[in-house]
Design a protein around this ligand. Structure first.
Ligand code: ZN
Length: 146
């Protein structure tokens, strides 16, 4: 019996490599998008003429929401890449079950098995309602902690 077996030994080395490549490509893609949007948002001449102030604000709001969601994903991907290094990747953080390779390929940042994910989404939805109705600023803070 080998004593140096990884905890996530249901994943083969080449499968992990495949997922790692996927994650790095996704991260780069997100970072590119974020820098595009930031440039766009910083350009005051672009749409000044045809957009009134109200529309402008709404667009900024949507942009900010999009950026914070993408920033959140980037953080999540970085954390996932770290998990790959430490051999924690592919295990459910709630119940320690193996997360199947197929599920990881479909969603490489998955850190919960389907059962735990469904449970947490249900409670997350009801929590989110309360947060959003309280204040948007607070919601952003909560996202940062996830
Ligand atoms: Zn689980």
């Amino acid at each position: 019996m080998g004593t140096n077996q990884r905890r996530n030994s249901h994943l083969k080395d080449d499968q992990i490599k495949q997922l790692e490549d996927l994650l790095m490509a996704q991260k780069e893609d997100l970072l590119n998008k974020i820098s595009d949007q930031t440039q766009y948002a910083l350009d005051p001449n672009e749409q000044k003429e045809q957009v009134d102030a109200a529309n402008n604000n709404r667009e900024k709001e949507q942009e900010a929401r999009l950026l914070s969601r993408q920033g959140f994903l980037v953080k999540k991907i970085s954390k996932t890449l770290l998990d790959i290094k430490t051999g924690e990747y592919g295990l459910c953080k709630e119940c320690d079950a193996d997360i199947p390779f197929e599920r990881l390929m479909a969603r490489p940042v998955a850190d919960m098995c389907i059962t735990c994910k469904e449970d947490s989404e249900m409670s997350e939805k009801s929590k989110l309602y309360k947060k959003v109705s309280k204040s948007l600023g607070k919601t952003a803070q909560e996202y940062g902690r996830l």
